[in-house]
Write a protein that binds this ligand. Structure first.
Ligand SMILES: [Zn+2]
Length: 96
């Protein structure tokens, strides 16, 4: 999955809005000096299931937590039109 052979047409290093997993969560939580994480997702949020415990919840801000287990999830603005793009930081991760 990580061997794309693209020859450098897109960035692989240093995270960014197209990173995945914890890297993406950390990127979004730090973006705009931390202002982005509490910003509301346009359209009322994304309905999803927690990647940790499976509980259904709605991600209403770009960084949000599962109400059942506290698992941290995030989506980046360029990808916030699809709940499939929500990334999970992993069990045990807490926001700084
Ligand atoms: Zn959960």
């Amino acid at each position: 999955m990580h061997e794309c052979g693209c020859g450098g047409s897109h960035a692989h290093a240093g995270g960014g809005p197209f990173a995945e997993g914890r890297e993406l969560v950390e990127f979004v939580s730090r973006a705009h000096g931390g202002a982005l994480r509490d910003r509301e997702i346009p359209g009322g949020g994304l309905a999803t299931n927690c990647r940790g415990c499976g509980a259904p919840f709605t991600l209403t801000t770009f960084v949000g937590t599962c109400p059942a287990c506290g698992g941290v999830h995030a989506v980046s603005p360029p990808r916030c039109d699809d709940a499939a793009n929500i990334q999970f930081a992993g069990e045990g991760f807490t926001l700084p």
